[in-house]
Write a protein that binds this ligand. Structure first.
Ligand code: MN
Length: 294
């Protein structure tokens, strides 16, 4: 039975205590199990207050981030690799303080538009940093998620198969593949096929409409994706993301390219997405069980 997660930027862009309370209480009230907190700067966040809010609303915190170009662990420049490593370990420590068990995102390279393919040395640097991060995370039972994103946001891992090969090189059991329908829609030959290829290496799944707006209003076909999740026996978190300029600030919105006002009512889209994801998952599991019997 999968848990359902939602990205905090459905409600807020910053993370003052007031913003944290709005996002966490809303997610909990609507029935979400997990809230994904974008932690670009752990030092500017009141972690203890956030932890108390998570406990009060019975919501688990998951942490995500994308590294900046100055902190690119897939660089050949050792100063950038060091800067990125420091951010990752600070974010991991924050995950621990928040009582979370998941830290992931574009943590293996910068989240930026590259103008050249990755280098072998840069990839090796990234693998070494993530391996060490995983070893430290394992001590606290924290899973490290490697999210494949589209070509305009990284040059290193654009597909599920690339992530699985990367995980083979990292060689740590607590590192998992993270797929996202928005990115899969751009990069995969076959989305459901990518889910099956990841198989039990898939540890987190992001549901997005193709325009990252209201689920069900775009071109995304969720049924085949959920059928593939059911077929691999996926029982890990399924998270909803939607971004609109009505909420996004310049920093996070700028990183994710959120230029348009695609929705305004955060609670309504969060509620609709949870209903749709639950329905799709229930129907897919029923179909998968039926197929197994005939
Ligand atoms: Mn995502």
């Amino acid at each position: 039975m999968s848990l359902f997660a939602i990205h905090a930027m459905v409600w807020v862009s910053g993370w003052s205590n007031e913003e944290a309370e709005r996002a966490i209480s809303s997610a909990g009230r609507l029935g979400y199990d997990i809230i994904e907190i974008p932690l670009l700067d752990p030092e500017r966040i009141d972690l203890e207050a956030t932890r108390a809010l998570l406990e009060a609303h019975d919501v688990t915190g998951a942490v995500s981030l994308g590294l900046g170009p100055h902190a690119d662990v897939s660089s050949e420049d050792s100063a950038k690799v060091r800067a990125g490593t420091e951010i990752l370990h600070k974010a991991l420590a924050a995950t621990r303080v928040l009582g979370g068990n998941y830290f992931g995102g574009v943590i293996y390279s910068a989240l930026t538009k590259y103008s050249a393919p990755p280098s072998e040395k840069g990839r090796a640097n990234s693998v070494a940093v993530i391996r060490e991060l995983c070893q430290e995370a394992a001590r606290d039972g924290i899973t490290i998620g490697i999210e494949a994103v589209n070509r305009y946001e990284t040059n290193l891992l654009n597909t599920g198969v690339q992530v699985v090969r990367y995980l083979d090189d990292v060689g740590e059991d607590n590192a998992v593949a993270h797929l996202d329908t928005f990115h899969m829609n751009i990069e995969e030959v076959d989305g459901p096929g990518a889910i099956r290829q990841c198989g039990d290496r898939l540890g987190y799944f992001h549901v997005n409409e193709n325009h990252r707006g209201i689920l069900g209003t775009g071109q995304m076909h969720l049924q085949p994706m959920f059928r593939a999740l059911a077929d691999i026996g996926f029982d890990r978190p399924v998270g909803f993301e939607a971004f609109s300029s009505s909420v996004a600030d310049d920093v996070l919105g700028g990183m994710a390219g959120v230029w348009r006002d695609l929705w305004q009512d955060s609670d309504a889209i969060a509620k609709g997405a949870l209903e749709a994801m639950r329905r799709e998952m229930d129907e897919a599991q029923a179909a998968s069980a039926l197929l197994a019997r005939i």
